[in-house]
Design a protein around this ligand. Structure first.
Ligand SMILES: *[C@@H]1O[C@H](CO)[C@@H](O)[C@H](O)[C@H]1NC(C)=O
Ligand SMILES: *[C@@H]1O[C@H](CO)[C@@H](O)[C@H](O)[C@H]1NC(C)=O
Length: 405
């Protein structure tokens, strides 16, 4: 009896213990299941809050991100390449932010046009020009259209001019210049007209200049420079005058001259310390003009000079670390000037930044590929995109951009 009662007791107490709900395996399973469901709900809810409620309130941090050791400025290839390699082409940043890449030379002159969309990192074809051309110019006019002027037609400098309208994505042929030109300059003046200077037609080095008027879509003479100039530079100063520097007409030039749009008069100004052509010229935020590199009878140059419009005097500034010609120079939003690529006895992938406040050059991250005869355009957020050009023997269809990654 005792024995059985004890065993019953044990049994009862065992039953009792089993009746505590958390010791019941069925309830335990349900409890764990509910806990998991609850945890999942909390995770889903927090994700929804993060993406639907908090995310839109986060400011765009691309520009404001400070390099902190983990982020740095680097060159990255665009997702895809252009359809065709191009050198001596042009690249214009349109008002909608896209980059219009026009013509150039591959195995033959190109009339094809491609558009790069920085937001989608994608290339698309645009309608071709009527005339193929390289060594032409392309100017973004105040109404957002792009005026393409002259360039080599495969034989000599052509006089044809075409206008691209981004809103309709179409080309219209407008009046031709009075002279065919390659390696000329084109500057959009403050009054909206376009000043074209110099360049070459056959063996003629032009001293002439012409003005394009958007309202008549026609050309008039803009007088004569003191020197014929090819592969020179033209920079608009803050006072609206155009500064022409260097170039060549069988010999390299150190001379410079000014065009005043309000009077239509040309005047000579201070000469550079070095003759140079195929160099770069950039208007700095302090109003001075920086010229860098180029070529003369001594070869490629690393020298750089500053023009002060108030004194009309050139002063030398620090040399670049590399001699280079047919490089590009871009003024960044912070006022620094970025020089990319170019060539000396070989094609360069090096990149240097000029800081006007301390007047020094700093070598920064190299491009992935060496290139000259390329273009460089400043995009939003201080990104710079370099497009096409030539490596030692290859005409490039690649593009790469410099951005904070
Ligand atoms: C432009 O060049 C073409 C071809 O050389 C020529 O026929 C035409 O007359 C020129 N136009 C002007 C306005 O000079
Ligand atoms: C300058 O260029 C030389 C080669 O010409 C190179 O060895 C050196 O590292 C460069 N200096 C900087 C600061 O990039």
């Amino acid at each position: 009896m005792y024995k059985s009662s004890q065993s019953l007791d044990t049994l009862v107490s065992k039953d009792n213990s089993q009746s505590k709900w958390w010791r019941n395996s069925q309830y335990r399973t349900i409890f764990i299941f509910l806990t998991i469901i609850l945890a999942l709900l909390i995770i889903i809810l927090s994700l929804m809050l993060k993406y639907m409620v908090f995310a839109p309130m986060k400011p765009e941090t691309i520009v404001t991100t400070i390099p902190d050791g983990t982020h740095q400025w680097k060159w990255s290839a665009t997702h895809k390449n252009m359809n065709v390699g191009r050198k001596f082409h042009t690249a214009s940043v349109l008002k909608n932010g896209k980059v219009l890449v026009i013509g150039g030379f591959y195995h033959d002159i190109l009339n094809s046009v491609e558009l790069y969309d920085p937001l989608k990192d994608s290339w698309s074809s645009a309608i071709s020009m009527t005339y193929g051309r390289y060594m032409h110019t392309a100017s973004l006019l105040t109404d957002g259209t792009v005026l393409v002027i002259g360039g080599n037609d495969g034989y000599t400098g052509q006089n044809s001019t075409e206008l691209y309208d981004p809103s309709t994505e179409t080309w219209t042929t407008v009046d031709s210049m009075n002279h065919g030109r390659i390696k000329h300059t084109a500057s959009v003046l403050k009054n909206g007209k376009v000043l074209v200077t110099g360049g070459k037609h056959g063996d003629d080095y032009h001293r002439s200049a012409e003005l394009y008027d958007s309202s008549t879509k026609g050309w008039t003479s803009a007088g004569y420079m003191s020197d014929a100039r090819v592969e020179h530079t033209a920079t608009m100063l803050n006072n609206g005058k155009i500064l022409l520097t260097g170039g060549h007409n069988l010999r390299a030039l150190n001379t410079a001259e000014l065009y005043d749009p309000s009077t239509g008069i040309w005047t000579t100004t201070g000469s550079m310390n070095h003759a140079r052509y195929s160099h770069t010229a950039s208007l700095l935020t302090n109003g001075k003009v920086l010229v860098a590199g180029g070529l003369n009878s001594n070869g490629a140059l690393d020298s750089a000079e500053l023009y002060d419009p108030s004194t009309e005097i050139w002063t030398t500034t620090a040399n670049m670390n590399y001699t280079r010609w047919y490089a590009t120079a871009s003024v960044l939003a912070n006022g620094n000037v970025m020089v990319t690529g170019g060539a000396n006895d070989h094609v360069l992938n090096t990149v240097e930044l000029y800081d006007p406040s301390v007047q020094t050059w700093t070598t920064v991250h190299n491009m992935n590929g060496a290139r000259h005869l390329h273009t460089a355009s400043v995009l939003k957020n201080d990104m710079v995109i370099v497009i096409g050009g030539r490596n030692s023997d290859i005409t490039l269809n690649t593009a790469e951009f410099y951005s904070l990654v």
